[in-house]
Design a protein around this ligand. Structure first.
Ligand code: 5GP
Length: 121
């Protein structure tokens, strides 16, 4: 399946639709989820066109991979939920149909600000 340039996160990256931005650098954009599932619910997405984690790991450069992983920790720190300056958080990436992925641009969810609860429901 080719990358869909019309997916909602591609539009956010192009600035065609707004987002509540948390952080941006050369590799990632982070913004608040429009439908938060916990007190803190952020998304971290790579700037490159990757459908999911498998696509990313196969095709992204080492710099992009490091940049995305670093971006997650930077955002957690900015939100005050990191292991350094908060009580921790959960990050997860849904992958394709069985994983429950709705937007076909790789994204990591960050949940925190309260106890996140059961790992899988
Ligand atoms: P997925 O199910 O693909 O892992 O998660 C997609 C996430 O994107 C959902 O949590 C959903 O609320 C969020 N989302 C969908 N559309 C938008 C949007 O236009 N803006 C923002 N900020 N989040 C969105």
């Amino acid at each position: 399946m080719p990358y869909d340039d019309q997916n909602i996160f591609a539009k956010i990256l192009r600035g065609e639709i707004p987002c509540k931005k948390i952080y941006e650098d050369d590799f990632v954009l982070s913004f608040h989820d429009i439908n938060p599932q916990k007190k803190v619910h952020a998304l971290v997405i790579p700037k490159g066109k990757y459908i999911n984690l498998d696509d990313f790991n196969k095709n992204a450069s080492k710099d992009e991979i490091v940049g995305l992983i670093n971006g997650i920790s930077i955002v957690a720190e900015k939100l005050g939920i990191s292991s350094e300056n908060g009580n921790g958080y959960r990050t997860l990436a849904n992958i394709n149909e069985d994983g429950g992925q709705e937007v076909p641009h790789l994204h990591f969810h960050l949940f925190g600000g309260e106890k996140v609860g059961k790992m899988v429901s």
